[in-house]
Structures are given as C-alpha cells and as structure tokens.
Design a protein around this ligand. Sequence first.
Ligand code: ZN
Length: 83
Amino acid sequence: MKIGITDSYRSFDVQEDVVRRKGLYSEGGLGAAPGTSPHGWGMAVDLDLDPAAQEWMRLNAGRFGFVEDTLREAWHWVYRPTR
Ligand SMILES: [Zn+2]
C-alpha cells in the first residue's frame, strides 16, 4: 500500500495556473475557480494512492476528518472534521 502526496496548499496564483493548464472543473476540467478551492485554505490534499491505499482511504479517512467530495478526482481529499 502506498500513500503519497502530490499537492497540498496552493496560493491563488498557483490555482490560476492550475485552471490555465487543466481547465475549470465546471467546464469539464480539473481546476476549481481561483478563490474557491479548499487547497487555497490548506484544507485539501491530492494523494498518490495505489488501489489498496484508495480502498483504505475510503474505509478509514473519515475517522481522521477527511472526505472524498469531488467526482472525477479520486485523489482529492478534503479535511472537514465533523466535531
Ligand atoms: Zn485537489
């Protein structure tokens, strides 16, 4: 099982670059509009997960406050504790 990190905090400028390179999520791309991404608040990570790690995250991440909330982005996990 492998859990790596490919991206975490992103500044506004870097988010603008992501949108330039990958397109807006609302238009079929992979970038949130600058100013709206949880990466800009330091509350999201993009993980490098093999299949076993993906399954482990889906079963256990919630216990640590992480949710998988973005369709088409199985690597994107947001920290959203419920209490
Ligand atoms: Zn992400």
